[in-house]
Write a protein that binds this ligand. Sequence first.
Ligand SMILES: Nc1ncnc2c1ncn2[C@@H]1O[C@H](COP(=O)(O)OP(=O)(O)OP(=O)(O)O)[C@@H](O)[C@H]1O
Length: 288
Amino acid sequence: MRPALEVTGLGVRYRRTWALRDCSLAVPAGRVAALVGPNGAGKSTLMHAAVGLVRPARGSVGVAGEVAFVAQDKPLYEGFTVAEMLSFGRRTNTRWDDQGARDRLGALGIPLDRKAGRLSGGQRAQVALTLALARRPDLLVLDEPLANLDPLARHDVMRTLMGEVAERELTVLLSSHVVSDLEETCDWLIVLNGGRLQVSGDIEDLLAGHLVLTGPAGPSGAPPAQPSGGAVLVGGGQAGRQVTLLVRGTPALDPRWQARPAGLEELVMAYLRSPESAALPGLAGVGA
Ligand SMILES: Nc1ncnc2c1ncn2[C@@H]1O[C@H](COP(=O)(O)OP(=O)(O)OP(=O)(O)O)[C@@H](O)[C@H]1O
């Protein structure tokens, strides 16, 4: 089946600065993909390229079907009521799901006669998401949909997304700085760092393909440069006399070392701390 989003050799430049370089990935249809990375990593740039808001300097971006995008600042028409925005959507979109949108806003207790400028931050986020979902997109791109939301509202937004994905063939690409918000909902992980792609893959495969090793620091106090056996060191650190390493693959373990499965957050952090490491389809030890 054709991927919902396919990026090939993508390079995006703002004047002389490259915001993204040599980025190739494919997100299968029906996935909820988490896009993570530090400030300035290129997340918004990748999203803007996916929805056609920036033109690539190199490579290409392909999307299967209709795309809806909610930008980081949730732009709404401040002077319009929610009902007026719904009516505008209905008149300008042939696939518009008016009833679904009204049901969702009703369930959230958002008054239809309220002007956008008078909505709270959480309500703005929900209205922007509802308007995007009402367009019945095949790919929904959300730039930091959870920013500035309280824990309950974050949970509600993620639950809505899960409901939509379960109900129909929808692919979601969403960025966030809070990995713990993504664990329950997302099944695909993309890590960008300094404009380069570090990780793209199925989260279950990634977690199954990595281990956290703990053991004693060497005589010099330094962690071993590379674990032995068929494993690759992603990154690690030392606390006192104990060394913790994240490795990809299965190492031959010294009995003084212990191995346990990696969590999503520690996997992301280990890659972000080691920008030279990468887990991309085609690399040994990671399900493509
Ligand atoms: N319109 C622009 N003009 C010039 N440079 C830009 C522009 N937009 C982004 N950049 C630069 O491109 C790089 C990537 O920015 P981008 O906004 O894509 O990162 P991000 O990962 O979304 O960051 P954040 O988490 O802070 O939102 C940064 O170095 C940024 O300064």
